[in-house]
Ligand binder design. Sequence first.
Ligand SMILES: *[C@@H]1O[C@H](CO)[C@@H](O)[C@H](O)[C@H]1NC(C)=O
Ligand SMILES: *[C@@H]1O[C@H](CO)[C@@H](O)[C@H](O)[C@H]1NC(C)=O
Ligand SMILES: *[C@@H]1O[C@H](CO)[C@@H](O)[C@H](O)[C@H]1NC(C)=O
Ligand SMILES: *[C@@H]1O[C@H](CO)[C@@H](O)[C@H](O)[C@H]1NC(C)=O
Length: 433
Amino acid sequence: MTALLFSLSIILFFSLAKGLHTPKSCDETERGSTLQVFHVNSPCSPFRSKTPLSWQDTVLQMQSNDKARLQYLSSLVAGRSIAPIASGRVVTQNPTYIVRAKIGTPAQTLLVAVDTSNDAAWFPCNGCVGCSSTTFDSAKSSTFKPLPCGSPQCNQVPNPNCGGTTCGFNLTYGSSSVAATLVKDNITLAADSIPNYTFGCVGKATGGSTPAQGLLGLGRGPLSLLSQTGSLYQSTFSYCLPSYKSVGFTGSLRLGPNSQPKRIKTTQLLKNPRRSSFYYVNLMAIRVGKRVVSIPPSAFAFDPNTGAGTVFDSGTVFSSLVKPAYTAVRDEFRRRMGKATFSSLGGFDTCYSVPITVPTITFMFSGMNVTLPQDNFIIRSSAGTTSCLAMAAAPEGNVNSVLNVIASFQQQNHRILIDVPNSKLGVARESCS
Ligand SMILES: *[C@@H]1O[C@H](CO)[C@@H](O)[C@H](O)[C@H]1NC(C)=O
Ligand SMILES: *[C@@H]1O[C@H](CO)[C@@H](O)[C@H](O)[C@H]1NC(C)=O
Ligand SMILES: *[C@@H]1O[C@H](CO)[C@@H](O)[C@H](O)[C@H]1NC(C)=O
Ligand SMILES: *[C@@H]1O[C@H](CO)[C@@H](O)[C@H](O)[C@H]1NC(C)=O
C-alpha cells in the first residue's frame, strides 16, 4: 500500500540512518512482556505490498482505507453493529501494524494485526478456505479445545451457529464473509504464556478481499485480551508505533503494568458503556502555533448516547476531526502559510508544492497538551516537492460526523500508555522508528 512512498524514502532514509542506527532484526528474541511492532509494509512484514504504487496513489490508498475504517468506527459508536469477538473491518481492510503471536503447544508463530479499537481475536486455522497466509494447525496443538455451544463465551459471538456441538459463527461485511469456530488454546506473547485464551478459528473466508492474517484486539470490552488476562496485565499496556517510512525499525507493545513510563503526561480515559472497547479521551481545544483556534465545544463533547467524542485509534492512519474542528484548524494553518498557493490531494485539501515553514499543532486534552512534531502532521512526498496537512474532516453522513479520531500518523514515535484501572491515557515522545 505504501510501497513506493516507502521505497522512495529508503534512499533518503538510509543516507540519514547510516551510522546512526543499526536496523533491528525482524526476529529479535522478545523478552518479558514486550513485543516488537512492525508496520505492515516493513521488510519484516509478509503482508507488505508487492506492487509499488506512486506516492500519490499511496496516499490515496491510505485515505480510502481510512474512509472505510472511519465508517466502520462510526457504525460501532452509533451502536449499529454488535461484534464482540470478530468484526467486519478486518475482512475488508488491511491492517497497519502487526505483532507476533504464538499459539498452541508447541507454539506456532503467526504475525497478526493489532487494533486498539477492537476486542476481536481470531486467527486463520489449518484448512481454511480463502485464507491466504500462514495458518494455525490446531491438530498439532496439545492444548487446543473447541468451545461447546453451551459455553458462556458462545453467547457473545455474532450469529452463533450451533448446528454441531461446537460454537460456530459467521460474519458478514459488505460482500465478504468469514466462518469461524470459537476455540481456546494457549497464546504466548513475548515470554508470557496465557492458557485457555478464547478466540475465533477461521475456517472459511469468502468475498472481495479475504483476510490475510489474524487479529489481536487491544480494546477493553468483554472477551478482549485485556479482559481475559485480568491479573497478568491488569488492563495496562503501552505502545510506540514506528513510522510508516522507516525501514527495518520496529516499535514496541509493552503489556502489563511493569516497566511502564512513570513520568508521562496523562489525560483522563473516558468510558462509553455503549461502546466498551473504545479508548475515549476529552479533547478540549486545538492550538495552531500560539493561537487556540475557535471551535464550538459541541465539536468535542463526549456523548455516550450518540458515540460523539474523541478516541485514540491505531487502525486509522490520518486523524479525522469533525467538520467545524477540522475547518478551523485548516483555516488557521492556511492563514499562517500566507500567500503560498495550496492544492488538494484526495482527501487532503491543504497541500503545498513550495517549501513551507509550518506552525506547530497542539492537541489540548484535559490535563495534557500534546504538541506534535512536524513529522506527525505533515506528509511529504519523498522528493520533498509536495507537503500536505495530514489530517482530514470526518466523512459526511448522518452517523459519520460525530467522532474525532487521533490516528496512527499522529501517534508515530510517541509512547501511548493505556492504564484502564487508573482511567488514564498517557503520551510521551519516543523515537521508536
Ligand atoms: C500451555 O499451557 C499449559 C498449562 O495450561 C502449559 O503446561 C504449557 O506449557 C503451555 N504451553 C506453552 C507453549 O506455553
Ligand atoms: C456459515 O458459513 C458456512 C461456510 O460458508 C456455511 O456452510 C453455513 O451455512 C453458514 N451458516 C450460517 C448460519 O449462515
Ligand atoms: C484450562 O482449561 C482446562 C479445561 O479445558 C482446565 O482443566 C485447566 O485447568 C485450565 N487451565 C488454566 C490454567 O486455567
Ligand atoms: C495547555 O496550554 C494552555 C495554553 O495554550 C495552558 O493554558 C494550559 O495550562 C496548558 N495545559 C496543561 C495541562 O499544561
